[in-house]
Structure formats: structure tokens, C-alpha cells
Design a protein around this ligand. Structure first.
Ligand SMILES: [Zn+2]
Length: 269
């Protein structure tokens, strides 16, 4: 028994050593900009924050739209955005909430309101990667266990599919269950992602993956296969950020905008 666990440890240590010998970059793969109805973050502000926090990639995953501004910035200046969309499907979870699915590495927007199967079909038609965001945070449109397994079944054998094993806005339990589901299915080729689910600039980087560099979708999938999810749930911090988010949305401007108005010399950072 002791020998067995030592074996396991050695295998794990060997994997760690390989991981550590590679160039590892940081990617927050779940960020919302003001093209989502519940965020006021400009794409240029997200880019500023990415640089400030030393992140190497940002996944822009707006609700039901592929953000043109991010597409343009990526094309013109080579900004390391991964273009995605968090699509609301017509299928519901056990709480009666419509299930969200993220498509990453998309070229064109995908219309919301389609079934999960149709949405997956469209992500695959663009050679994108299917991500199941915060699967066990069902009040926030997570798929839940049954639908997550069904999505994975639909994808396996051809379509790259990932479980978001850490989402900074989800609770500890929800993240733990997501990680457990991934642990169970990782040997089938199911990938793992992580992200902040930031709706405010301050939230960017609260969740991320460490992974090798990538450029193409294929390389992205290969990098995700080696990714390590990082981040720590801070329930009070999340509550505070969500409260500020609500107030800002009600005002129609951020506190930074307000300070800028009151004192024109104010610099955003
Ligand atoms: Zn989101």
C-alpha cells in the first residue's frame, strides 16, 4: 500500500516537473465587457488591467454576443484575447434556469435561445471549444450534473469540451463539485478551464489557469489539457464586487467614471 502511494506520488512529481519546466502563462478565461448588459467595463480597460495584473491571456466571454471591439483590438494590435461567448440556451437546469454554455475561439456570434445540442453544433461548426461554465452554480445558469454529463457525452469523440473547474463568482462547494466532475472525466479527455467571471475591472484575475503558450484552437486545447486552475473563493469579496456592480449598473456609470466627472484630472489608474 505504502509502495503504491509512493508510486502515485512519483508519477505526480514527474508530471509536476514536466509542467514546471515549461513556459507557463496566466489566462483568465471568463471576463465580461460592457457588451454584456451586466458589465460596464470597456474592452480597453480590460486590456489595461490585463497588463497591470501580469495576465498573459484574457477570454472575453460576453453574454449572447461576440464582442466586435475585442475582435478588432486582437486583430489590430495582437492583443492576446481569446474570443468567446456565454450563450444562454433554451434548455433548463434542475432550478428551472436556462443553461449557459461558453464557446471559445469563435469567429462569429451564436444566437441565444437554441437548445444545448444546437449550440454545441454551432460552436463545433466554427471549430471552437465548448466550455461548461460554473456547472454547479445552478442559480446562475449552471448546467448541473445531469446536463453537464449530457453535454460531455455529446462532445466526446470529436469536439473539445472543458469544465470550468474554478469560477471566482461561484461558491466553494460549486467549484469543488466542478473539480470532482472533471477529476472523474479527465481521463476521457475532458479539459478544465478557470476564470474570474469578472463583471468589474477589479475582479479580473481572481481566477485563472496556468498553461503553456498557444495560438490556434488546437494548441489551446492541448494547452488546456495541461492547465492548472488557480484562484481562491472570497465570498465577501464577491458579494462586495456584485453589490458595487449593481450600484454602478443602476447609475449607468462606474465609480471611476464618477470620479473622472467630479475631478477631470483623475486618471483611471
Ligand atoms: Zn459569465
Amino acid at each position: 500500500m505504502l509502495f503504491q502511494s509512493k508510486e502515485v506520488y512519483n508519477t505526480f512529481a514527474a508530471r509536476e516537473a514536466v509542467f514546471m519546466s515549461k513556459e507557463i502563462l496566466k489566462a483568465d478565461l471568463h471576463v465580461h465587457s460592457r457588451f454584456s448588459p451586466d458589465s460596464l467595463a470597456w474592452v480597453w480597460q480590460i486590456e489595461e488591467e490585463r497588463k497591470r495584473k501580469g495576465l498573459d491571456y484574457i477570454g472575453i466571454t460576453d453574454h449572447n454576443t461576440l464582442t466586435e471591439a475585442a475582435k478588432i483590438l486582437k486583430k489590430d494590435s495582437g492583443t492576446p484575447f481569446v474570443l468567446g461567448e456565454e450563450v444562454l440556451t433554451s434548455d433548463t437546469n434542475s432550478r428551472g434556469k436556462k443553461i449557459e454554455i461558453i464557446g471559445m475561439f469563435l469567429q462569429e456570434p451564436i444566437a441565444p435561445g437554441q437548445t444545448i445540442k444546437q449550440t454545441i453544433f454551432q460552436i463545433n461548426a466554427q471549430r471552437g471549444v465548448v466550455v461548461i461554465p460554473h456547472p454547479f452554480d445552478e442559480w446562475r445558469h449552471g448546467a448541473g450534473a445531469r446536463a453537464s454529463r449530457a453535454i460531455i457525452n455529446d462532445c466526446l469523440g470529436g469536439i473539445p469540451v472543458a469544465i470550468e473547474v474554478f469560477n471566482a463568482r461561484a461558491g466553494k462547494n460549486a467549484n469543488f463539485l466542478a473539480k470532482m466532475l472533471w477529476c472523474e472525466l479527465r481521463n476521457d479527455g475532458v479539459l478544465a478551464t478557470a476564470g474570474s467571471d469578472a463583471h468589474r475591472i477589479a475582479e479580473i484575475g481572481r481566477g485563472y489557469v496556468g498553461l503553456p503558450p498557444f495560438q490556434t484552437t488546437r494548441q489551446f486545447s492541448a494547452a488546456l489539457a495541461e492547465a492548472k486552475a488557480c484562484g481562491e473563493v472570497n465570498a465577501w469579496g464577491t458579494l462586495y464586487q456584485r453589490l458595487l456592480n449593481r450600484i454602478e449598473l443602476a447609475m449607468g456609470k462606474t465609480f471611476s467614471d464618477l470620479r473622472k466627472e467630479l475631478s477631470p484630472d483623475f486618471n483611471y489608474r
